[in-house]
Design a protein around this ligand. Structure first.
Ligand code: ADP
Ligand code: ADP
Length: 226
């Protein structure tokens, strides 16, 4: 089932140095429960594409639709996970996971229990009362993912989610996070520099080239993962 539509998307940045055509004529659809990887050289527009889908910036031409809703500002149904985990060091792990619920005024006994359950099911049950500094980098990324998942977004955007981790941790956590996304049946778009990571985690990979950023190819890798 199709849940997202990216049509004729172009972005022209205006700045003191002049104009930069960052993305030109991008078209693709997003289907339910798929993980799409976005790879390409630095400066090809990967961050710009995620910013558009998250509604943080507006396209110069074209549109983004998620579940038939025009994304022209940040929406609650789009979840975002950053490069580094961005946990709050003064809040314990449970309170880090529930912060989005608090902001959306959805924190109650049920959602709190659900947060605890998710932490337990993903191996963090012993760390509910711990603080971020007491966890490894990989565990903190897992907490950050759970924090985003608990808000039940229609689509999850991951911007180089593992780039702050060392190589060995990166392999393990990439695996774990791929499993979590599949288990929770989430639709996700992930920007990465690492083509091997994209192949192992994603169903489809969009290869961007610069400049301006255009789609070179969309590769279906889901069959190779069965
Ligand atoms: P990537 O994430 O693939 O490295 P970006 O989306 O960050 O690429 O950038 C794409 C192009 O747009 C680059 O040439 C970059 O310098 C330019 N760019 C990105 N953001 C801005 C901005 N806010 N103002 C002007 N140019 C920008
Ligand atoms: P990434 O690590 O994803 O490649 P960058 O380091 O290219 O990100 O960019 C970091 C931030 O700076 C982004 O928010 C991007 O939009 C902005 N940016 C990138 N290039 C420019 C530019 N030429 N002028 C203004 N802002 C820019």
């Amino acid at each position: 089932k199709k849940i997202g539509e990216i049509r004729d998307l172009s972005v022209n940045y205006h700045s003191l140095e002049g104009e930069t055509l960052a993305l030109k004529n991008i078209n693709f659809d997003i289907y339910e429960n798929e993980i799409i990887g976005i790879v390409g050289p630095s400066g090809c527009g990967k961050s710009t594409l995620l910013s558009l889908i998250s509604g943080l910036i507006k396209p110069t031409t074209g549109h983004v639709l998620i579940n038939n809703r025009l994304v022209d500002k940040p929406l609650k149904n789009v979840g975002y996970m950053f490069q580094n985990d961005q946990l709050f060091h003064w809040r314990n792990i449970l309170r880090n996971v529930t912060i989005g619920l608090e902001i959306q005024e959805k924190l109650n006994e049920d959602t709190k229990a659900q947060a605890k359950e998710m932490l337990e099911s993903y191996g963090l049950g012993d760390f509910i009362e711990s603080f971020p500094s007491q966890l490894s980098g990989g565990m903190r990324q897992r907490v950050a993912l759970i924090r985003t998942l608990i808000l039940n977004p229609d689509i999850l955007l991951l911007d180089e989610p593992f780039s702050a981790l060392d190589y060995q941790t990166r392999l393990t956590i990439a695996d774990e996070i791929g499993v979590i996304l599949k288990k929770e049946q989430k639709t996700a778009l992930m920007v990465t520099h690492d083509i091997a990571e994209a192949i192992s985690m994603c169903d489809r990979i969009i290869i961007l080239t610069h400049r301006p950023g255009t789609i070179k190819e969309i590769v279906d890798v889901s069959l190779s993962c069965e």
